[in-house]
Design a binder for this molecule. Structure first.
Ligand SMILES: [Zn+2]
Length: 116
């Protein structure tokens, strides 16, 4: 385990409204979708895990771990990580239509060109 992705757990509808609010305030939103109903909003109260970038060839993996009292997002090493190496994981975002596609700049040989 490297770090837990912490934040406020919100219903998906609430998370969508908050994301629009953050955009209106020109504030970056840090969110992690647990499943179709719940999202972790790390924008205001998250751990440093929110700053971990996406990569198409990641050295970490993000896993949803279910506990008796809820869920946690755990970022774990997927291989040996060298000192000073940037942490990254595959965001595994659902592909979307062209207008809202986010270009990927991970630089991996197998880069998919888009994060979503
Ligand atoms: Zn990439």
């Amino acid at each position: 385990m490297v770090i837990e992705y912490m934040g406020d757990i919100l219903r998906a509808e609430v998370a969508m409204r908050k994301e629009l609010l953050y955009k209106a305030k020109n504030r970056p939103a840090y969110m992690f979708r647990i499943d179709s109903e719940r999202v972790i909003d790390a924008t205001r109260s998250g751990s440093p895990a929110r700053y971990i970038n996406h990569s198409c060839s990641p050295n970490c993996v993000a896993e949803v771990v279910t506990f008796e009292r809820g869920h946690k997002i755990i970022i774990s090493a997927a291989r040996r990580i060298e000192r000073g190496e940037e942490l990254c994981y595959d965001y595994k975002l659902t592909p979307v239509a062209d207008q809202s596609k986010i270009p990927c700049h991970c630089g991996a040989a197998n880069c998919r060109k888009w994060i979503n």
